[in-house]
Design a protein around this ligand. Sequence first.
Ligand code: F6R
Length: 593
Amino acid sequence: MCGIVGYIGKKRAQPILLNCLSKLEYRGYDSCGIAVSNGSLQVYKDIGRVKALEKTLPFIKGMVGIGHTRWATHGEPSKINAHPHCDCTGRFAVVHNGTINNYHELREKLTAEGHTLVSQTDTEVIAHLIEKYYSGDFPGAVEMALHELEGVYTMIAIMAGEHRLVAARKDSPLVIGIGDRENYFASDVTALLDYTSRVIYLEDGDIAVITADSINIRNNGAGIDREEHKISWSVEDAQKSGYEHFLLKEIHEQPKVIRDTLSGYISAGEPAAELAGDGGSMDDMLILACGTSYHAGLVGKYIIEKLVDVPVRVEMADEFIYSGQAAAGSRAVVITQSGETLDALKAIKKLKETGCRVIAITNVVGSTVTRTADRTIYLRAGPEISVAATKTYMAQLIALYWLALPYAKVDIKKLDSLVTELRQLPVKVQQVLDNEAAVADCARQLAGYENVFFIGKGINYPVALEGALKLKEISYIHAEGYAAGELKHGPFALLGEKTPVVAIVAQDNTHEAIVTSIKEIKARRSPVLAIVSEGDETMTGLADMIVTVPRVDPLFSPVVNSVVVQLLSYFAAKERGCPIDFPRNLAKSVTVE
Ligand code: F6R
């Protein structure tokens, strides 16, 4: 996690660094800081968000600088632990994204050699190592310092009075932005959209030196050329565009996301072919992912098992690393919107060691997963800024439908009608969004409770899990997602007037069973909010609140129902005055274990 930036050029670095950092806050936002060289190094940092730091800063003249926004790993969020970190002389400063495993030994060694380290962070050792190795060659000193590090150390270094920045990429992302007589480093292209659409994605082991008009990249001691890419995301994609929060904007973008993701696949042919066995059929499948992407994977299991009739196993990537099994030569799908989740990347490493072929589904071009998987299927969700995933999850569902449909063991008439419905989903999702006010009313009622259950059955069980995750993540209401039938095996003990249940009532073979569960819940006096399909009257007089969604084939019901649980979470969080786009303790891309 953490966001890092660097700028060198003909403009004042201070406002550029701050603007870039504000775009990277989704990566961490407990503290932040900048260092600008104006002859000497001017370093300013503090706990809190970039906007708060900005208000405290003087006018800094220099045209080269680095910046950082932090998600604490080593040492609590504090001014002293905030980056940039400097050496003893104050000539060198570094910003870092990652964790250095051997920092204890390095710290002890440096201290014994007379260095005074002031923070609790692992990063500070890098600045002192650069100081130690510097004898007139700044990039050389950085390279020597890096040789001592074990772990994840994507970093940028600045030296007072130098018209160069030196950066290294190791296991977490870093891009170079190319401008007109100016160059940038950033953790992610979204930071650079205001300035350039020309980027170079650095690879692991790359060490890059940029000046205002040159870029030199080395790997393993040799110079290397890396391809330049043009970013297709626009500045508007990464702005709130009149919405109060990114989250609401991103929820509302979902009809477009479905259209874009589908049209990308239609024009590219069939990405699904990659999943076919030699005989053109889909074999059993393993899906790995974390968090919300894991929930999308669980929906995928139901989709594929129902349509293709092959067994699908879905595992949390973070668990698979330690206890998972995959057959040599089999295929696995790894879903990660950011493409940087360490648990997902470690799972891929394990899969590849086992001899599996890995297909990644991601939203971020150039992300690490795209280099580690054998094949990447891209989502076309555009940049997702809010920490809580919504539109990328929706795009993941669409990708999974698209993967399964070519192998569907259904007659051609049914297949045609499913494809037609898939294409109509943007309209159905828009209808859910048009009903936002009704969902907001229910959310305001939920906002008054401290514990909520979400229940679903079959293909909507993962939607219940996702609803609970979203609610706790952004509104801080404790929520649990359950398969409806499981509730009576223990959690019933918690039911009562103070514990509402959100029930997803789908029009499929689970309908009768979930209605029965709701009756049992009502008998325990829990308030029930039912999400039902148009025309379903079974909840009238039974549920306390009802949200109606348009009718779709049951296979697509997670699409419309997910939008409701997203909106519920958003409006509940808003009612409770939560910092919706940047929930406490979280970051968008989880690059630590
Ligand atoms: C929740 C959320 C997380 C992510 C998880 C995996 O709203 O966003 O649960 O889904 O951290 O992230 P990716 O998909 O980037 O691997």
